[in-house]
Design a binder for this molecule. Structure first.
Ligand code: PDD
Length: 286
């Protein structure tokens, strides 16, 4: 059964805190009509943000890429306010920020005078205990656009990929472009091959995951070699461990991959993933 998700008790919308059933935007909002908006999700462990600067920096990058003039760092205070207002100071939570270009009569070109729609809220999330999980996943073709580095609200291809996995009883869908793994529908992807950690290089084909960067740092600290190089689906026979990472995913080992109804990978071990998880827990929880 799919988990039931609850609305937050309050959301920040365009300068005001309102109840979710009072939070309305126009049908002419460009995020609704075109997916013309971007978003960010930041984790909070016991009320304390983790990698806040990195998340705000990525938000700023996305705002700059779509040419929306907002200072991402000006939202920091509101993020903590969202945590306070929803009583999540002593729990694990995440803050969702969405910036839409705004409301205007429909046109593909961007109207000259337009006010952005800013939505922000905190929600509880179970971050603790991720190290006890393993995921069985599927792999399918990456049908997303060619600017996956922009955290766009236009997530139809991600939603379709994730739904395909969940509907078939799997936890995630690993995306493959021209035979090479890029990332998961909502997670970054790592492979361990002959003791070396491999992950797709940053660029337009993946989101620059904040957890991904943290894992690379951890590997460096642990003297584990990392190569930012895409892994081909035919290389799976040489792969010892696979794990996915993300703000809400944390670090989860993959136990098997099913591709076109055939099991193409079964994990041989998880020792390196466990080492990385252990350091990640220490770093994120202080
Ligand atoms: N998703 N790749 C994709 C496509 C993602 O959607 C995400 C996260 C990641 C991991 O990035 P990070 O470590 O910065 O969370 C990678 C978020 C959590 C979401 O869409 O809800």
């Amino acid at each position: 059964m799919k988990p039931k998700k609850k609305y937050p008790s309050e959301v920040y919308l365009n300068g005001k805190w309102v109840k979710p059933d009072e939070a309305f935007v126009s049908v002419f909002d460009r995020a609704f009509m075109f997916g013309d908006g971007i978003y960010e999700v930041t984790p909070f462990y016991n009320g304390k943000a983790f990698k806040l600067k990195e998340h705000l920096k990525r938000l700023q990058y996305c705002l700059n890429e779509i040419q929306v003039a907002i200072d991402a760092f000006s939202l920091e205070k509101l993020m903590y306010e969202a945590i306070d207002r929803t009583g999540l100071n002593k729990a694990d939570a995440a803050v969702y920020i969405q910036v839409s270009r705004g409301v205007a009569a429909r046109s593909h070109f961007v109207p000259e005078k337009i006010e952005t729609t800013v939505l922000l809220y905190a929600f509880p999330v179970t971050l603790e205990g991720f190290e006890k999980k393993t995921w069985e996943v599927i792999a399918t073709e990456d049908k997303r656009w060619h600017r996956c580095d922009i955290k766009s609200t236009a997530l139809l291809a991600n939603v379709m990929a994730n739904e395909e996995a969940i509907a078939a009883g799997f936890a995630e869908n690993l995306l493959v472009r021209k035979g090479y793994f890029t990332e998961g529908s909502h997670s970054s992807l790592f492979f361990v091959k002959y003791g070396v950690v491999h992950t797709h290089p940053e660029g337009h084909k993946i989101l620059s995951g904040i957890t991904r960067a943290e894992v690379i740092d951890i590997c460096t600290d642990l003297n584990i070699k990392v190569v930012e190089k895409a892994v081909h689906i035919d290389e799976l026979v040489e792969v010892e461990e696979i794990f996915v990472t993300g703000t809400t995913t944390q670090i989860i080992p993959i136990s098997s991959i099913t591709h076109k109804d055939k099991k193409v990978y079964t994990a041989q071990k998880d020792s390196l993933t466990k080492k990385i998880q252990e350091v990640f827990i220490k770093k994120s929880r202080g």
